[in-house]
Design a protein around this ligand. Structure first.
Ligand SMILES: Cc1cc2nc3c(=O)[nH]c(=O)nc-3n(C[C@H](O)[C@H](O)[C@H](O)COP(=O)(O)OP(=O)(O)OC[C@H]3O[C@@H](n4cnc5c(N)ncnc54)[C@H](O)[C@@H]3O)c2cc1C
Length: 465
């Protein structure tokens, strides 16, 4: 054991091989890594000590949250050189300031636990995603996570008031302000949001809170096609008085996949349609939300945008509708290795993008099985592809890469993005770097050099190693 490893050993490394396994792979289990050592510090000061020791010998580090990321960012590299720093033990709530509509929490707090803490104070922390029972707020910040409520509350970027981070030389930067307005020079915290562990390790965050909704209306609606869903979205934004909080497109095949994962999940409508919308509006205060929803639905049916539908009568029914959206992700995972994308286009181009990509995929890879769904209000689509049944495991990576190229090829025409929310990691690095304009690339690389001149933070993610 080297002197450096002796120094790191005081931070209670994970030595149990069975336990270590879960730090070496991610949720989809597509990528497997090896670590020099896995450490689980308890304080920001311990994180700083670890980073200082690693920096003294230029040892690469990868921070790890709940390992639910979908772009192979948190998994250590296969060569076993990286030190994994898990933030799971930094899980204290430092402060809830309900009057300021803010709370300050450590990076390892599980997202669903933060929802509960906010609710205890009659507040809402609106970031909401399928992985919320496992992902950590530090990981959400590092990936600038999106989820289902972005159309109303914005991405994680809009929800962060301040950050505490350990820089790649081991200094602790305390940017933990809880101000709603602060217009003093460069907004450094924003650089950490979405930086995927490449600029430093986030150890705590101040978060923006909102009034806790006291009324929620959830509806599952059949629509004729994606164009009808987009038209319906426009109507909902107008009629629901900006109280719309989620608007998801789900194809019929997506519903079947959800039922594969959860056989007791029933189709909420009598009739089958090719496309459905799962939408939610929420409000606190004196608004009569149920009446607003009813008027909106009457108008939507009259305009021909809705073919059939149901409105949840209570939170149990609403939960059952949301399970369709959540379990369709699990249903895809059960089909094995597949292509996951999270592209975005302007909302007005969603239907054209889908039609064009469906046609291009059918022409070039006719055996591909597309599963397209997503956050209509953000123009964010998960245009995923399953390989055909029976395809040999060894053939899948190349097949799915070709499918990915077809999906990405349609984006430039619409000014689209290859990543609306999952980030770049290692999985999308080459496509991301190829798409950067020269000036953008120079600024991005320059920024990395300023923060991390030795290149020890998460090498190979976003940038080439
Ligand atoms: C079922 C399912 C549904 C999902 N739905 C969504 C969705 O709707 N929207 C969405 O945006 N994403 C979604 N995701 C992706 C994922 O949940 C998010 O990217 C999440 O923010 C990752 O958090 P994590 O704690 O698991 O991070 P990890 O996976 O552990 O890490 C992700 C990246 O952040 C870095 N990192 C982690 N913690 C820190 C830290 N404290 N400081 C610095 N860097 C750090 C890692 O090095 C890595 O690069 C989903 C994933 C699953 C499995």
């Amino acid at each position: 054991m080297s002197l450096i490893d002796n120094h790191l050993a005081i931070f209670d490394p994970v030595t149990d091989l069975d336990l270590a396994e879960r730090y070496l792979t991610d949720w989809p289990r597509d990528t497997q890594g090896k670590a020099r050592v896995i450490l689980r510090p308890r304080t920001a000061e311990e994180v700083a000590d670890i980073v200082r020791i690693c920096a003294s010998a230029a040892i690469p580090i990868v921070p790890q949250g709940g390992h639910t990321g979908l772009v192979a960012g948190a998994v250590p590299s296969a060569d076993g050189t990286e030190v994994v720093v898990s933030l799971e033990r930094l899980n204290r709530i430092r402060e809830v300031d309900a009057a300021n509509f803010s709370m300050t929490v450590e990076a390892g707090c599980i997202l669903a636990n933060l929802h509960a803490v906010a609710a205890e104070h009659e507040r809402l922390f609106p970031l909401s995603l399928g992985a919320q029972g496992s992902c950590q707020i530090g990981g959400n910040v590092a990936t600038n996570a999106g989820g289902i409520n972005v159309l109303r509350y914005g991405m994680t970027r809009n929800l962060v008031l301040g950050i505490e981070a350990v820089l790649p030389d081991g200094q602790i930067w305390n940017g933990l302000r809880k101000l709603h307005k602060n217009n003093t020079g460069y907004d450094l915290k924003q650089l950490f949001i979405g930086s995927e562990g490449t600029l430093g390790i986030v150890t705590a965050v101040s978060l923006r809170l909102f009034p806790k909704p006291t009324q929620v209306e959830t509806a599952f609606l059949a629509v004729e096609n994606a164009a009808a869903a987009v038209a319906l979205y426009g109507l909902a934004r107008r009629d629901l008085s900006d109280l719309l909080s989620a608007f998801e497109l789900i194809g019929h095949f997506g519903l079947e996949l959800a039922q594969e994962a959860t056989p007791d999940l029933r189709h909420p409508l009598e009739s089958k349609s090719s496309h459905y919308v799962l939408m939610e509006a929420s409000a606190s205060g004196l608004v009569d939300l149920a009446a607003l929803m009813q008027r909106f639905l009457e108008g939507a049916i009259e305009a021909g945008h809705v073919l059939d539908g149901t409105v949840a009568a209570n939170s149990t029914q609403a939960g059952a509708l949301w399970r369709i959206r959540e379990d369709l992700v699990e249903g895809q995972a059960r089909r094995g290795r597949h292509l996951r994308t999270d592209v975005s286009v302007p909302i007005s181009d969603i239907a054209s993008f889908l039609a064009k990509t469906d046609a291009a995929l059918a022409a070039t890879e006719p055996r591909a099985i597309p599963v397209a769904y997503g956050h209509i209000g953000d123009g964010n689509l998960h245009y995923n592809v399953l390989p055909p049944a029976g395809m040999a495991e060894d053939d899948k990576p190349a097949f799915l890469k070709r499918c990915e190229q077809v999906v990405y090829a349609a984006l430039p025409e619409f000014g689209g993005s290859i990543s609306a929310e999952h980030g770049i990691g290692r999985a999308k690095r080459d496509s991301y770097l190829k798409g950067l304009a020269p000036a953008e690339k120079a600024l991005t690389e320059g920024m990395k050099r300023v923060f991390d001149p030795q290149g020890i933070m998460s090498p190979g993610r976003l940038f080439e190693a």
